[in-house]
Design a protein around this ligand. Structure first.
Ligand SMILES: Cc1cc2nc3c(=O)[nH]c(=O)nc-3n(C[C@H](O)[C@H](O)[C@H](O)COP(=O)(O)O)c2cc1C
Length: 177
């Protein structure tokens, strides 16, 4: 498979990046894996104008880096969403990329599998509830199969997950997809 990982943390080499690295280590044994750290791309939020649904070329009126990400999404068989928890949600950088998929170009995508890597500072049982709900509703809508999650609580400082068993979990998930 071509696996595309959309990694949402602006903090380089932080906990999300470490989870992504571990997942890649496992998944690269059998698959081609590409990581897009969305913070490295300029992607403006969707303006809701719906011009992409009405103009002939289905292009977005915003000329930014989203076109690079569209082509990567179009080549992907599996999508991995990796994010820090920001106020019980995904990072804004990642949400902007997801919202820009409100575009008919998504009909050219053939993503059939997905997985989720999340990390937050709190140890609350409900920490991931809203993201998990949103993820489940979206994959149901697009008939995408869930391949699993790694959900990490209690990691606040940069590199807090280093040397912990959650990295083994992420690597194992990569091996099983
Ligand atoms: C803007 C912002 C909002 C955050 N909101 C939450 C939150 O709602 N719950 C939580 O447990 N941690 C929250 N955190 C902490 C991060 O999720 C945590 O530090 C995580 O390890 C960051 O991952 P990273 O190293 O990949 O950036 C927040 C951090 C930031 C910067």
């Amino acid at each position: 498979m071509n696996i595309l990982i959309l990694s949402g943390s602006p903090r380089k080499n932080g906990n999300t990046d470490l989870l992504v690295e571990a997942f890649c280590k496992g998944a690269s044994e059998k698959h081609h894996v590409e990581v897009v750290s969305v913070h490295d791309y300029t992607v403006h939020p969707c303006m809701g104008c719906n011009a992409c649904f009405t103009n002939e070329s289905n292009t977005c009126v915003q000329k930014d880096d989203m076109y690079v990400i569209y082509s990567k999404l179009a080549n992907a068989d599996m999508l991995v969403i990796a994010s820090p928890v920001y106020f019980y949600g995904l990072s804004a950088q990642l949400k902007a990329v997801i919202d820009r998929c409100h575009n008919p170009i998504r009909d050219t995508f053939h993503i059939r599998k997905a997985a989720l890597l999340l990390v937050g500072a709190a140890s609350l049982p409900e920490l991931f509830d809203s993201i998990l709900k949103q993820y489940q509703l979206c994959i149901n809508y697009f008939h995408i199969e869930d391949m699993g999650h790694v959900l990490v609580r209690g990691a606040k400082e940069k590199g807090g997950v280093r040397g912990t068993k959650v990295l083994e979990e992420a690597e194992a998930l990569g091996q099983t997809v």
